[in-house]
Design a binder for this molecule. Structure first.
Ligand code: BES
Ligand code: MN
Ligand code: ZN
Length: 476
């Protein structure tokens, strides 16, 4: 979707769909008779008649522009099918930063479509908005320009991630994710892909990633995406869980619980999307995204409950539950990431790690687990500003018993059902050296959103992580 900003009523595009508010300075400048009547309404007013030079005019009450959920619900209904290819959005009332970024991001995400994959045979190409024109006051122009630019780049990453996650797992294998990432990254000279195949995974000692992937006919991969927007300085590292399908392994899931498990690679998809957003914004920073890609399948070679595997940092893990595979691939990827560069500013991992985080926090909040207080504060703050929020669960050595094993350094699941999400994070913390600030985001509840009664990939927490990175950069 293209976008531009205008500040003069004389520049309004003809035949567009104008969405504005009753007291807007724009309306006073326009000579459209129907506006006077519409502006009297206390409710949303919508007309496709007598609107010339517009194709449609919608006025949304001023107070509705102060709260994201309500405004998005209105926009969603209004733009179900687009009346016009051009949307003229009067952003003069979008003063609240959280509402502004949520709305712009949602609009730019309208470009997401799987229509070209041909999965639905009789699908008519839907009518879409092609151009977004924002109207603002001259005094707002700089701020709005930045917001449009940032949210456009965020949405670009989200769309790539959502698309990859939505693709069924028999197509979307570890190797497929690698190839898609390569295809997307060549567009940016600042991005470079480094790939470990199943042999290199073993050679470099990533025994946990190998253990998870070895049961599948679609072998595991480790993909590192390096971004160099600066020649020197610390590397910001992101690690994503990329289980392209989670059957649970020999600890097999029941059918209903398996249904959405093609989405168990959302963490990895969102790391890829994040790297694309960073590159699109051209941020002056070094960053690395690591995708731990494997299929948790059943078969004669599948890992067995009770087996022990060794991670690339030398620690051994007893695998008592094969369905707790995410923490295994992440542990190796976090340890690998921590060794890859000699100056790492932080490591943040994202994963659809536990169903329990949904029980604790629901579908709006991602679970944040960290022992680094500044990182917690900054991520929490970035969540509020971006509208992509996190909530902390406690993480400290009171969880020690949860990962004790009689025969190995650690076990991958506690035998009780206590503090499931935090116990997983406790296991992970052993794989990040204490001098590197590390945070874990459990996105099981937020990586999907409901759209027309179905669950589809949401692209969260890319908005959060871009906001966090940009505020981290402004601190340098
Ligand atoms: N991928 C699942 C977690 C999950 C479940 C995400 C439902 C989204 C929706 C993960 O690999 C898993 O199976 N976790 C187990 C952990 C348990 C074995 C300790 C779970 O949540 O049941
Ligand atoms: Mn699992
Ligand atoms: Zn899983």
């Amino acid at each position: 979707m293209e976008y531009r900003l205008i500040t003069q009523a004389g520049e309004v595009p003809h035949s567009s769909h104008l969405i504005s508010w009753p007291g807007s300075p724009l309306l006073a400048e326009l000579d459209v008779p129907v506006l006077a009547e519409m502006a009297k309404s206390k409710e949303l007013a919508d007309s496709q008649f007598a609107c010339a030079p517009f194709a449609r005019i919608t006025l949304i009450p001023q107070d509705s522009w102060q709260e994201a959920d309500g405004l998005l619900a209105n926009l969603r209904a209004l733009l179900k099918t687009a009346t016009s290819k051009t949307l003229l959005l009067d952003v003069t009332a979008l003063e609240n930063e959280t509402v502004r970024s949520s709305v712009l991001r949602w609009l730019f995400n309208l470009d997401h479509s799987l229509e070209d994959l041909g999965l639905k045979s009789a699908e008519k190409p839907s009518r879409r908005v092609k151009t977004l024109v924002g109207f603002c006051n001259p005094s707002q122009q700089k701020k709005m320009q930045e917001a449009f630019h940032q949210q456009h780049a965020v949405a670009l990453g989200m769309i790539a991630a959502r698309r990859l996650a939505d693709i069924p797992s028999e197509t979307c294998t570890p190797q497929f994710v690698v190839e898609e990432a390569q295809r997307l990254c060549v567009e940016y000279p600042t991005l470079r892909c480094e790939i470990l195949d199943e042999h290199e995974i073993q050679e470099q000692g990533l025994g946990l990633l190998h253990a998870v992937g070895k049961g599948s006919s679609r072998p595991p991969r480790l993909l590192a995406i390096h971004y160099s927007g600066a020649d020197s300085g610390p590397v910001r590292a992101y690690v994503g869980k990329g289980i392209t399908f989670d059957t649970g392994g020999l600890w097999l899931k029941e059918g209903a619980g398996m249904y959405t498990m093609k989405y168990d690679m959302c963490g990895a998809a969102n790391v890829l999307g994040l790297m694309l957003s960073i590159a699109e914004l051209g941020l002056p920073v070094r960053a690395m995204g690591v995708l731990a890609l494997a299929e948790n399948a059943i078969g004669p070679d599948a890992m067995q409950p009770g087996s022990v595997a060794r991670a690339c940092n030398g620690m051994t893990v007893e695998i008592n539950n094969t369905d707790a595979e995410g923490r295994l691939v992440l542990a190796d990827a976090i340890a690998w990431a921590s060794q890859r560069n000699n100056n790492t500013r932080f490591i943040i991992d994202l994963a659809t790690l536990t169903g329990a985080v949904v029980k604790a926090l629901g579908y709006e909040l991602s679970g944040l687990m960290t022992q680094d207080e500044p990182l917690r504060e900054r991520l929490t703050q970035a969540g509020k500003i971006s509208g992509d929020e996190v909530w902390s669960l406690p993480l400290d050595n009171r969880l020690k018993k949860q990962t004790e094993s009689a025969i190995a350094d650690l076990c991958n699941t506690p035998t009780n059902n206590a503090a499931i999400s935090a116990s997983a994070a406790w296991l992970l913390h052993h794989f990040c050296p204490p001098e590197i600030p590390w945070a874990h985001l459990d996105v099981s509840g937020t990586a999907l959103w409901r759209e027309g009664g179905r669950s589809v990939a949401s692209g969260r927490p890319i908005p959060l992580l871009i906001e966090h990175l940009m505020s981290d950069l402004s601190r340098d």
